[in-house]
Design a binder for this molecule. Structure first.
Ligand SMILES: *[C@@H]1O[C@H](CO)[C@@H](O)[C@H](O)[C@H]1NC(C)=O
Ligand SMILES: *[C@@H]1O[C@H](CO)[C@@H](O)[C@H](O)[C@H]1NC(C)=O
Ligand SMILES: *[C@@H]1O[C@H](CO)[C@@H](O)[C@H](O)[C@H]1NC(C)=O
Length: 971
């Protein structure tokens, strides 16, 4: 004490204690302490500039508060001051400090007992720093009045200091997010004043010790994210004031203690990520205050107890990733506050309960279960008013089948819709375009068919669109250019065709695009090079052509992203581009999105054709001319080359006893006639005489030629040679087909084989095809009703015969039904699919079943096995074609008419007799024609099992012939 201070001290003692504060001998201790503290740390943002030693009143310094009566520093709050460095000894000087917060800084180093005078402190908050090391064992030895301590979010390690047990006044301990290890000490339960205990996110292990019931006023306990094991102690049910329990992400096991049901104030219960097992107890319904219940990622099993429906306050319910089975309890439809529901990754079964859409729920995640859709569809009967709030719907990886209902359009708040990995069929409803807030749409890995709806452009908020691995056909709609936020577009592995729309270049947010494994054609729009954010653009395995766009992403595009496009050119694909590229002509009426995809399924035939009929004709004519020119050129070349080498190459042999050519010509082929027929009279060059062309089909061109004995044969040159099996397999299959004989089948009489050319030699049927008779015949040789009936009957018998031999025809259509002189039908081209290396339905539908209108709907749906019922379908179409005289699909002025739909409609309206070919007017027996037509309709049922088999068809036809016996069966 200096001399100047002496008189003051004198006055202080003598005069009055009232003046103590003004004299304040210890204030300098506070200044000294704070200045010392400041000297030890770094203050990069200059937050502590007001701390100036010249100013001897620190009570006005920032972060400092004093007791107004004594003028001593009682509170230091430097929360979020960006301070770094170590905490020095300065704070020890602050004898009256009650509250210390240095939270959310960058302070480092360990803490020592003389960090502050603990015995006076009420609250210490050192959370969110970089403090580390063990907390000294005696740190809390003198914590006479400490009520709150937080060391959360540092790097403290070692055991929880035992001296903490002497802080009997503690109400709040938060040591979360450190590296405290060891077991949870039993004395922790003796801190009977605790209201909050947070030891989460440390390295604690062992069991939770008994005795928790000592914490009578505990409000919140968080032991989550440790390595605790064993059971939840029974006593927890005695902590009646508990509101929040978090034991998540430990290794706790066993069952939940029954007396937890007494915790009626508890609003938060998190048991996520443990090993709790058994059924969820019924008493869970007693915890009526629960707002969050997270049981996810445990081993709970059995049914979800229906008492869970009593938890009326629930906002978040998550029981994903358990072994729950059975249905969801109906009682759950009582939730009025639920905003998120996740029951994904269980083994729940049954229909998706519709009540989940009645909730005010914003987030529903029943993915990866085994749920099935109610009726046909997961979204079949949505209640319009109740689901406006739904934002998040994840039904992925379930067993939903059927079509996506167009009602999906009412989910007006939807932001996330995931229906991927189900078995959904049918088209994508256009109403998807009404979801204007939708950001993520994932319909991938289903069996969706039809085209991408034009309306997709209405979903203007889309950021991610995934449609890959479906059976989508048609063009990528130009309207996609409206989805301006789109950044991820996956539509690979479909059957899309047509060009990549230039409108895609408008989507400046595009980052990842995958169009691979489709059948896209045309040039790549040059403007795509301007897309600034593009990171991947996969167009591999399409039919794109021309030059890649130059610039931007395309300068560095990896070759594998463009591979499998034979007509692309440029340096990336190592192929120079021709100077002038021919303009591509693209016409694929089978799969254009704009024209009618009705051949896939008779029910979708109501969309209008967008191309006008005149445009179709014009394009069609152009294509015919081009194809014609090419075909003639190719044929000429072929004929020339065949004539120049074939005579020497051909040798003939009789029956099965054939021998190889006696010549050594490398091109030598092998001709086998099953019946040992004589040589061709006209010489082999006539085998492929274009003047004798009879027709062409999916498998090849057919020519007529004459044998030496004057008999004619039809020769089919297979154009699918790349698809044909090895010689051995080919011969075996052909021999098998050669043995098939029936009066209504065109007989296969022999074959010719070289590796590059395969010919099938057929019986020649002179009367022309049914197609010609029906659609090209002049008035003179119009088929009578009787002839038509015979054709249908004969065709039915031939198919029944084939099916008996387990041969599926795959290619029934009127141009494959020939009519001989006596009017008897003969079905050709049967079983040719067997010559393919494998029965690929894609090849079947695109190469062979190319005839519009005859293809059974199951060709479009991968899960349905293709059986002989596909022939029944095509037969049904043929029946209707024969009776009505109309083609299976006809293009009218501005419409497309699908025959089955038309007849079905007429049947429903009771005017089916009007459908009979007008040219037969008055010349057909109604009592035969109508049952036959009904038979045709039954055969074209969408569901294969609803179609009769061909044996039954033959029987029915027999009954129809004698109308008195058989009609009611068809009614
Ligand atoms: C802490 O320090 C690190 C680098 O030492 C710095 O990046 C970070 O921004 C600092 N944090 C605060 C809250 O000042
Ligand atoms: C513990 O402290 C951390 C960091 O400040 C905080 O995030 C957490 O909510 C606290 N725990 C409790 C139960 O309040
Ligand atoms: C791809 O399209 C072209 C013409 O657009 C067509 O000729 C071809 O058959 C199609 N390929 C497949 C595999 O569908």
């Amino acid at each position: 004490m200096n001399l100047k201070a002496l008189p003051n001290l004198f006055l202080l003692l003598v005069i009055a204690p009232v003046f103590v504060t003004s004299l304040n001998p210890s204030l300098n201790d506070d200044v000294l302490g704070l200045i010392m503290f400041k000297a030890d740390i770094k203050d990069p943002k200059g937050k502590l500039v007001s701390w100036d030693e010249v100013d001897d009143n620190p009570c006005s310094w920032v972060g400092v508060r004093c007791n107004p009566r004594f003028n001593r520093v009682t509170e230091l709050n430097l929360y979020d001051f960006s301070l770094s460095g170590r905490i020095g000894r300065g704070l020890v000087q602050l004898q009256f400090l009650r509250k210390l917060s240095l939270a959310k800084n960058n302070l480092t180093g360990s803490i020592s007992p003389n960090i502050a005078r603990i015995e006076n402190l009420r609250a210490i908050d050192l959370s969110e720093n970089n403090l580390y090391g063990e907390v000294p064992g005696n740190f809390f030895r003198q914590c006479g009045s400490l009520r709150e301590i937080s060391l959360a979010k540092n790097k403290f390690s070692g055991e929880i200091p035992a001296s903490l047990s002497s802080c009997s006044t503690l109400a709040s301990v938060n040591f979360s997010s450190n590296q405290f290890s060891g077991t949870l000490p039993p004395w922790i339960w003796s801190l009977s004043g605790l209201r909050l205990l947070d030891l989460s996110d440390n390295l604690l292990d062992g069991e939770i010790p008994k005795g928790i019931e000592g914490l009578k006023i505990l409000r919140a306990i968080n032991l989550g994210k440790n390595g605790l094991s064993g059971q939840v102690p029974d006593g927890i049910g005695s902590c009646l004031l508990l509101r929040s329990i978090d034991f998540g992400e430990n290794s706790l096991s066993g069952r939940l203690p029954e007396n937890m049901q007494k915790l009626s104030l508890c609003s938060y219960l998190n048991l996520r990520g443990n090993s709790f097992a058994g059924e969820v107890p019924k008493w869970i319904g007693e915890m009526k205050s629960l707002e969050t219940l997270d049981l996810s990622l445990n081993r709970f099993s059995g049914q979800v107890p229906s008492s869970i429906g009593n938890l009326h306050s629930l906002k978040i319910l998550n029981f994903s990733g358990n072994g729950f089975t059975g249905n969801l309890p109906e009682s759950m439809n009582n939730y009025i506050n639920l905003s998120a529901l996740d029951f994904s990754q269980n083994s729940l079964t049954g229909d998706l309960p519709l009540w989940i859409f009645k909730l005010a729920t914003q987030k529903v995640m029943p993915s990866e279960d085994k749920l099935t859709g109610s009726r046909n569809s997961p979204l079949y009967t949505l209640k319009v008013n109740a689901i406006q709030n739904l934002q998040f719907l994840d039904l992925s990886d379930n067993a939903f089948s059927g079509e996506i209902t167009s009602v999906v359009g009412v989910l007006s708040s939807l932001q996330f819709l995931n229906l991927s990995k189900n078995s959904l069929c049918g088209p994508i409803p256009g109403t998807i375009g009404e979801l204007r807030t939708l950001r993520n749409l994932d319909l991938s890995e289903n069996q969706l068919n039809g085209s991408i709806p034009l309306e997709i452009g209405g979903a203007i908020s889309l950021m991610e669109l995934r449609l890959e691995k479906n059976f989508l056909v048609g063009k990528i709609p130009t309207s996609i250019g409206n989805c301006s936020s789109l950044s991820t577009l996956h539509i690979s592995e479909n059957r899309l065709n047509g060009p990549i729309p230039a409108a895609m270049a408008k989507l400046t947010n595009l980052q990842i695009v995958d169009l691979s494994f489709n059948n896209l054609t045309g040039n790549l729009p040059k403007q795509l090079a301007n897309l600034p954010n593009l990171r991947s653009f996969n167009i591999s395995h399409n039919n794109l052509q021309g030059e890649l766009p130059a610039g931007g992403f395309f300068n560095t595009i990896s070759p594998f992203l463009v591979s499998g496009n034979p007509s692309l050119c440029g340096s990336v694909v190592n192929k120079s581009c021709p100077r002038v590229l021919p303009k591509p002509i693209v016409l694929n009426p089978n799969s254009s999105s704009d024209s009618n995809p009705s051949y896939l399924a008779p029910n979708f035939g109501h969309r209008k054709s967008i191309l006008s009929i005149s445009a179709l004709i014009a394009i069609g004519a152009a294509v015919v001319i081009v194809i014609g020119v090419i075909a003639i050129t190719v044929l000429n070349l072929r004929v020339r080359s065949t004539t120049s080498r074939s005579p020497a190459a051909l040798t003939l042999s009789a029956g099965d006893d054939f021998s190889h050519s006696s010549t050594t010509d490398a091109n030598s082929g092998k001709l086998v006639m099953f019946s040992g027929e004589p040589e061709f009279s006209t010489g082999t060059h006539a085998l492929l005489n274009k003047d004798c062309e009879l027709g062409r089909g999916g498998f090849g061109v057919v020519y007529r030629t004459d044998l030496q004995d004057g008999r004619s044969v039809a020769i089919k040159k297979l154009t699918v040679s790349s698809l044909v099996k090895s010689q051995e397999d080919f011969e075996r299959e052909v021999r098998k087909l050669g043995k098939v004989r029936h009066q209504n089948l065109v007989a296969l009489e022999g074959y010719y084989w070289t590796p590059s050319l395969q010919l099938l030699i057929y019986e020649y049927v002179s009367g022309g095809s049914l197609y010609k008779h029906l659609h090209e015949g002049s008035c003179g040789n119009l088929l009578s009703w009787n002839e038509r009936f015979n054709v249908i009957f004969g065709t039915a018998k031939s198919l029944a015969h084939l099916h008996q031999l387990n041969i599926i025809h795959y290619n029934i259509k009127s141009s494959n039904v020939l009519i001989d002189i006596s009017g008897e039908p003969k079905v050709g081209d049967f079983g040719l699919a067997r010559l393919l290396p494998m029965l690929d339905r894609y090849v079947l539908s695109s190469k062979i079943q190319s005839a519009l209108g005859y293809m059974a709907p199951e060709f479009a749906c991968k899960t349905v096995k293709i059986t002989e019922k596909c022939d029944v379908y095509a037969f049904g179409v043929l029946v209707l074609e024969v009776v009505t005289g109309k083609k299976p699909v006809e293009y009218m002025e501005d419409d497309v008419v699908v025959l089955c739909d038309m007849v079905r409609g007429a049947l429903e309206e009771g005017r089916v007799d009007e459908c009979v070919d007008g040219r037969l007017l008055g010349k057909f027996p109604v009592e035969e024609a109508i049952p036959v037509m009904k038979l045709g309709l039954i055969c074209t049922s969408r569901v294969p099992s609803n179609r009769p088999d061909m044996g039954e068809v033959v029987n029915i036809m027999e009954l129809v012939r004698c109308p008195s016996d058989g009609q009611e069966e068809l009614g």
